[in-house]
Write a protein that binds this ligand. Structure first.
Ligand code: ZN
Length: 141
């Protein structure tokens, strides 16, 4: 998540206590400096996963654009290892740059038009993902 450029409206998450913070340098909850930018739509998902023992490295909520070169509607999560229990989330694993990426949508884009429709679709995917993450057992592996 360190690759995401900081913006004034950026959301941050503490990598130690997993509380959301607006300060990019220091967590206001535990004073940790292990704070990183995160997409707002992934905050709860990443909090739940890490509290259950699934250590995330990076994530993306998906960023649909119209006529943009980098449109991707689906979210992805990156882990240092492939947790077998996360098969319950559906999605597809792939190994890249020594990390495990879990992504949805098989690198395709949904067949619909208009940014509003794509954004609404993205929110629906994130809601479903949050439900599934909530139901996950704690990581034992
Ligand atoms: Zn903290």
């Amino acid at each position: 998540m360190a690759r995401i450029k900081a913006r004034s409206d950026q959301t941050y998450l503490c990598g130690d206590c997993f509380e959301q913070t607006t300060n990019m340098k220091k967590c206001r909850h535990c004073d940790s400096t292990n704070v990183f930018p995160i997409d707002l739509g992934m905050v709860e998902i990443v909090q739940i996963l890490n509290k259950k023992g699934y250590k995330t490295i990076m994530c993306c909520e998906g960023h649909p654009t119209i006529n943009g070169k980098t449109s991707h509607v689906y979210p992805h999560l990156i882990f240092s290892k492939k947790y077998p229990s996360l098969e319950l989330l559906g999605g597809t694993w792939d190994f890249c740059a020594n990390m495990w990426r879990l992504s949805w949508g098989n690198n395709s884009e949904p067949n619909m038009r208009g940014l509003d429709a794509l954004e609404a679709y993205k929110v629906k995917i994130l809601d479903t993902l949050k439900e599934k993450v909530t139901e996950l057992p704690d990581a034992t592996e």
